[in-house]
Ligand binder design. Sequence first.
Ligand SMILES: [Ca+2]
Ligand SMILES: [Ca+2]
Length: 208
Amino acid sequence: MVNFIHICLMLLSTCGIVASSYHSCNGETAVNYHPFIKLGSKYYFINSNWKMNWFKSSEYCRSIGGDLANIVSLEEHLALEEYILARKIRTQLWFDGNDLAEEGRYMSHSTGQPIVFTKWLQNNPGNSGNEDCLEVCIHGKTLLMNDHHCENTFYAICQYRAPNKRCSENNSLMHQEEHCILEKLVDVSTQAVDIFKSHSQPTLSPTV
Ligand SMILES: [Ca+2]
Ligand SMILES: [Ca+2]
């Protein structure tokens, strides 16, 4: 009987955690995107107080939960362009991408994949004096890409990094994806049933 009560309490406790996790994970407002702001379908942040070289920019973006910005479509490009024009930023901004590993092959540092969308400044990438890192800048009224020397210091455009879709090994159900919460609930329920079964087996009398 004590075991049965223990199992019930365990299940009730799990359900309680699940309810609270759903509450905190369902609404977009529950997620803290600060300091990133939504532009189109993604979240970006430009720290216009601190110029850094490309490597430091990449580190900085990661330290705040993002990566250097990596756009994959014209829609994303236009959303960023509109924002940078509105903020009247007319200087270069570091972007995700370099051809350090292989000249002329621009790879995303955040995805490990080739850069998908490009809109190069005329005659670029030119690799003039060994330019290997990707920056963007407004030219006229258009946001264009350029290869530049990685050691130059510019502002960084950071992009919020979406949470990993894989389930965390952490036992806490807070901030987990819904499918992970369900998965853990099934695990706990199965364990509870196993415990119940093992304790309800009739005791066998020793044979003589
Ligand atoms: Ca280059
Ligand atoms: Ca260039």
